[in-house]
Design a protein around this ligand. Structure first.
Ligand SMILES: [Fe+2]
Ligand SMILES: [Fe+2]
Length: 150
């Protein structure tokens, strides 16, 4: 219970006071699909910082084999791209943490944008389904471990 409260408080704090390493963000974008970079750059500071935290967790996990690590990292960069469109407000972020509201809007917006910009069906569908729980897709199930901690 205390662990849960501490975790919620940490999520709350990160949503309000994001700490973004701009140099790391720029270096991360180099690895992204060129067609997605302009939209990724429209993400808010908190979302960019979250993306870098997900990447750092994947990077430091020594139990992952290198191929899966690369695939998870590539997905981490773009997974919340829909938030560049839905632009969740501070109020929504706080309410989401407190009330466990659904995250569907950014999944749908991200899926549509990625399909429109890249025609990468696999990536678009992964973005659409990345918050489904329990997830029958083993890749997304693994990804959620890092996303939920970051
Ligand atoms: Fe998400
Ligand atoms: Fe996320």
């Amino acid at each position: 219970m205390i662990k849960k409260i501490l975790y919620r408080s940490w999520q709350f704090y990160k949503a309000i006071f994001p700490n973004l390493n701009k140099e790391k963000w720029e270096n991360t974008l180099i690895k992204a699909d060129k067609n997605l970079i302009p939209l990724l750059n429209q993400l808010g500071k908190a979302e960019k910082a979250h993306t870098l935290r997900v990447l750092a967790l994947i990077e430091k996990d020594k139990s992952l084999d290198s191929e899966l690590k690369i695939e998870l990292s590539d997905f981490a960069i773009v997974h919340d791209i829909g938030k560049a469109i839905t632009k969740p407000s501070i109020f929504f972020k706080v309410a989401k943490v407190l009330l466990k509201l659904s995250s569907d809007a950014h999944c749908i917006a991200g899926c549509r944008a990625v399909w429109h910009l890249t025609h990468n069906k696999k990536l678009a569908l992964r973005i659409l389904k990345h918050h489904i729980k329990p997830n029958s897709d083993s890749f997304l199930k693994t990804f959620q471990k890092y996303d939920d901690q970051a």
